[in-house]
Design a protein around this ligand. Structure first.
Ligand code: IMP
Ligand code: MG
Length: 178
């Protein structure tokens, strides 16, 4: 394990199992439809690549880049769109793909932003959910793992842009960010 990681949260095997479960659920729920997956970069990139391959459906993908975090571990509250949607989402069944739902600021903002563009439906899939830290009124429709209030990295998730390439999810040692 990486020396900055205090303990393992989810192994590669556990991630595989969870993503297969999410993919099967989405495949069943969207039968006969062609959803548009919208990933929130950069954290979603590993999860989304695995998730779409676990969905046995015709689908298209798009990405947005938002920034809500500086170099710290807590949200600033402000969400800035760095890269907007490329696709027209009007009439589409949109599935927003997030790495982690924390305060909820990012997703509550993005949900409203996309709703204004008149999609047929919007659902949210998040790999990790930290409900204890929620301040905004937003819930995910599909959740991989519910996690306690700890800072985790790997499988796309970063601290200061590092650790995204770890193939597992681990709890970062507090001394790294304190
Ligand atoms: P929210 O707007 O507070 O819900 O923040 C969501 C974003 O914060 C996620 O997309 C992550 O980029 C980041 N984030 C929140 N908690 C963690 C964590 O434990 N590890 C890494 N990134 C996190
Ligand atoms: Mg992120």
């Amino acid at each position: 394990m990486h020396p900055d990681v205090e303990k393992l949260f989810a192994s590669e095997e556990q991630l595989k199992g969870i993503i297969a479960r999410l993919g099967a659920q989405i495949t069943a729920d969207y039968a006969g439809k062609k959803p548009l997956f919208v990933g929130v970069l950069r954290g979603c990139f590993v999860f989304m690549a695995d998730l779409v391959r676990a969905c046995n459906l015709p689908c298209t993908i798009d990405f947005m880049v938002v920034s809500s975090y500086g170099a710290g571990t807590t949200s600033t509250g402000a969400v800035k769109i760095v890269k907007d949607l490329t696709e027209n989402i009007e009439g589409r069944d949109v599935i927003i793909v997030e790495d982690i739902l924390d305060s909820g600021n990012t997703l509550s903002y993005l949900r409203k932003y996309m709703l204004a563009r008149k999609p047929a439906s919007i659902r949210i899939v998040t790999l990790l959910d930290k409900p204890e830290r929620r301040t905004a009124d937003v819930q995910a429709d599909y959740v991989g793992f519910t996690i306690p209030d700890a800072f985790v990295v790997g499988y796309g998730l970063d601290y200061n842009e590092e650790y995204r390439n770890l193939p597992y999810i681990g709890v970062l040692k507090p001394e790294i960010y304190s």
